[in-house]
Design a protein around this ligand. Structure first.
Ligand code: SAM
Length: 273
């Protein structure tokens, strides 16, 4: 009979964020497949767990999956862990899980932390319906294209982003999503944990005076379904112009954000100037 494949969530910073069941599973399995064995050894050493380890990283996912499937078919049980959080969520895991399901092997979740859900839970934004996007393309043109595709999405949006791109990504979001509420969750569960909340522009302003380092999740309000009045839209145009946007650009952002007529907004924004 085949062994079980356990998908084990591990901490996203604070080593205490691991469930009793996850620890028991890691102690009981025959082998642990890890994204980075050296990184995961620190966690395992902390909890006195010594197990044969299999290196399982993105580029080797296919080959390593077959090796792990062989072990599972021979009756051994295997746990997969990633560097942080839940395997398969912007992390390796999906290839192995799909193969295991094809082979009729039991795939058992051992739930725990994921940065996306932790950030969403403290964002203050709607958690009723949300969409996980993960990492955006690193190149500006592709990133902007993807953001444009998401501009009409009404559900709360969850993004992962690397620290060296956080500022440019937020600037693109400001441009494309306009004046929406957002939250930036930095270093969740770690010493320098910080949650910034406000409009995207306010968060960009807050970042100007901060050191950008560590890990970040960006949560953005979905496109508002409520109609805004022309007066509210004109106020937003004024506020964008105060922050340095040209009239044409400000009108474009607000018109696209609320699905209003660019021409009407532009003409009305000139009245009383
Ligand atoms: N599998 C992980 C999960 O379940 O959250 C995600 C892994 S992904 C490769 C790494 C990204 O997750 C980081 O770039 C960051 O966007 C986010 N992340 C991970 N840990 C975080 C933390 N402690 N605080 C904020 N964001 C974090």
């Amino acid at each position: 009979m085949s062994g079980n494949l356990y998908i084990v969530s591990t901490p996203i910073g604070n080593l205490e964020d691991i469930t009793l069941r996850a620890l028991r599973t890691l102690k009981e399995v025959d082998a642990i497949a890890a994204e980075d064995t050296r990184h995961s050894r620190k966690l395992l050493n902390h909890y006195g767990i010594t197990k044969p380890m299999i290196s399982y990283w993105s580029e080797k996912e296919k080959v390593r999956s077959e090796e792990i499937i062989e072990k599972l078919r021979s009756g051994l049980s295997v746990a997969i862990i990633s560097d942080a959080g839940t395997p398969g969520i912007s992390d390796p895991g999906a290839v192995l899980i799909k193969r295991a399901i094809e082979e009729g092997i039991d795939v058992i979740p051992i739930p725990g932390p994921s940065a996306a859900i932790a950030a969403l839970s403290v964002s203050g934004l709607s958690t009723e319906e949300f969409t996980f996007i993960g990492f955006l393309p690193p190149k500006a043109a592709q990133r902007q294209k993807r953001l444009n595709e998401l501009a009409l999405e009404p559900r709360t949006l969850i993004f992962y982003e690397a620290p060296h791109r956080i500022f440019e990504t937020l600037k693109d979001m400001e441009e494309i999503f306009g004046q929406r509420q957002a939250a930036l969750a930095k270093e969740i569960t770690k010493m320098h944990e910080e949650i910034l909340r406000g409009t995207i522009s306010e968060i960009v302003d807050m970042l100007e005076t901060r050191t950008i380092a560590g890990e970040y999740v960006i949560i953005v309000e979905g496109k508002s379904k409520e109609a805004v009045s022309i007066d509210e839209a004109l106020d937003e145009i004024k506020s964008l112009m105060k922050r340095g946007k040209g009239r044409k650009e400000a009108v474009k952002i607000v018109a696209e954000g609320y699905g209003l007529s660019k021409k009407e907004l532009y003409d009305r924004s000139l009245v009383g100037q």
